[in-house]
Ligand binder design. Structure first.
Ligand code: ZN
Length: 508
């Protein structure tokens, strides 16, 4: 009996899709290789200069995407605007000085700082806590019995094993772990004794810092971080340190000192945006299907090198543009979607998923009425490691999370598409952690079921060589049509996707 019921159910699902599927197929077929290529030749062109967030290139790309949404007859997605603008910040260093007792130490010769979380002003420090290598893990605890809360800590940059080596390279990952440890123990500031000052040919940090975004609710005031030479450390501790390796003989503990740091920096407010257009639904227009891709990429270097980002994520951007056109045509022919479809290309992805973070912190459409987010990031290439039919696959990520409706919908659509849906990246143990690495994750974090469509990485990933002539438009067309059909089914089904699976975020 049970079995029969099951078969009946499956048949009904298939029939329902077969009817709706025909309509979807008619409009899916308007997404063509030719159109995708035409669009991408503009998005990934030199004119848009690699589309770095908060630059001219990004703004040109945003204006172009907006012009396409308008042309298709989409309504503005943010009030009467097609853009959701958000602020981005960038610091510029004006001056920095360091005085230890009565001696001045030259900037960049004996100290440097992380501009974004540097103090702005004058600080006197009368005591530091020297915590040696600043390691606190299973094997070693340099903080044992020491409270550094509200105090400045002084840390040796390298590992006990590395200190006698001649190598001047510093391990950023280890350094960041140490910074994290000191911060979590409540240090007021962090002084790192670094070998970089021994290297006369070292990279000089620019006086303009990386862009950043202020987190809502956060105070952005992570502890200031200053790197100092071993000579400066010698003055701070009033101990003879004649070479870097001498540091290993200094004992852990509090040291009285006289240290004055004076920093002046200015903060510029820049702007970036998400481009948003909608097609209004009919009987369920207060519910939403949000389709996203990021249109920003890595920009242009000072030497003129452009990071075109044709696959990452020009491919997703043009898929959104083409899906918008196909849904708009359908509406004109009397096939308006039941739910409102939100077409959104976001920026700031490469900086840290900023645009989607801003959107989900300031949602234009309620997230609890957003049935699903389908995110497309890199669908124009072929993963050289793919084992099946490389001309007919897609990595689909996230279907086993948040909603048990996701997978059956994909599978039913795929009865006609017959694309290889590869779900291997759903494995929580997968070291790539793709589920957490593109814009859908900000929706998932807020409970919205998502599917992330992806082709895998390749040798041109995040290189200037990610260019249009390497795109496989035939494979991309099929993927784009599959995503379109999924959006179609989700926009037209009776119920919003149920949210019945809790999100698990594995520890690194
Ligand atoms: Zn990307």
């Amino acid at each position: 009996m049970k079995k029969i019921v099951l078969i009946v159910c499956v048949l009904t699902t298939v029939t329902v899709f077969a009817q709706k599927g025909n309509d979807a197929a008619k409009f899916a077929s308007t997404i063509t290789q030719k159109d995708l290529k035409e669009q991408l030749s503009i998005i990934a062109s030199a004119e848009f200069e690699g589309r770095e967030t908060a630059t001219e290139g990004q703004k040109k790309a945003a204006a172009y995407i907006e012009s396409q949404f308008k042309k298709f007859g989409l309504l503005p997605g943010n009030g009467n605007s097609y853009q959701q603008v958000y602020p981005v910040y960038q610091d510029e260093l004006k001056s920095a000085s360091l005085k230890i007792y009565n001696a001045n130490f030259a900037f960049n010769n004996h100290f440097s700082l992380m501009l974004n979380n540097a103090i702005n002003g004058n600080v006197n420090i009368n005591e530091v806590v020297f915590v040696s290598y600043g390691i606190s893990d299973k094997e070693r605890d340099d903080y044992k019995g020491i409270d550094v809360k509200g105090k400045w800590v002084l840390i040796i940059e390298s590992d006990p094993a590395d200190i006698d080596k001649d190598s001047l390279s510093s391990n950023f990952r280890k350094t960041f772990t140490k910074i994290g440890t000191a911060t979590s123990k409540g240090a007021a500031g962090i002084l790192i004794i670094s070998r970089q000052f021994e290297n006369t040919k070292r990279f000089m940090p620019p006086s303009i810092g990386n862009m950043y975004m202020k987190k809502q609710g956060g105070n952005n005031s992570s502890a200031p971080i200053i790197s100092v030479s071993y000579q400066a450390a010698s003055s701070i501790l009033t101990k003879p340190i004649n070479k870097y390796a001498d540091l290993k003989n200094i004992s852990i503990g509090k040291y009285a000192t006289q240290l004055n740091i004076d920093v002046h920096k200015t903060t510029k407010t820049l702007e970036s945006s998400n481009v948003v257009g909608i097609i209004e639904g009919t009987d369920k227009k207060e519910e939403y299907v949000v389709l996203t891709a990021h249109y920003d990429h890595l920009g242009k270097r000072d030497d003129g090198t452009i990071y075109y980002g044709a696959d990452d994520d020009g491919s997703g951007t043009v898929t959104i543009i083409e899906m918008a056109e196909a849904f708009a045509k359908a509406k004109q022919k009397g096939y308006a979607p039941r739910r409102t479809i939100v077409f959104m290309t976001v920026s700031g992805e490469e900086k840290g998923l900023w645009g989607s973070d801003y959107y989900t912190q300031h949602p234009i459409y309620p997230l609890n009425k957003t049935s699903v987010n389908l995110n497309t990031d890199m669908i124009g290439r072929i993963d050289p490691k793919y084992k099946g039919d490389s001309l007919n696959y897609i990595y689909s990520i996230g279907e086993d999370k948040l909603s048990s409706d996701l997978m059956p919908i994909s599978d039913s659509i795929n009865q006609t598409f017959k694309i290889e849906i590869d779900r291997k990246f759903n494995d929580l143990k997968d070291p790539n952690r793709f589920y957490y690495r593109s814009d859908h994750f900000n929706f998932a974090k807020n409970g919205v079921p998502i599917i992330f469509y992806f082709n895998g990485v390749h040798k041109d990933y995040h290189r200037p060589s990610d260019t249009i002539e390497k795109i496989n438009f035939d494979v991309m067309e099929k993927r784009a049509r599959f995503i379109f059909t999924t959006a179609w089914v989700m926009a037209n089904r009776n119920d919003m996707l149920k949210r019945d699976i809790p999100l698990v975020i594995p520890e690194r």
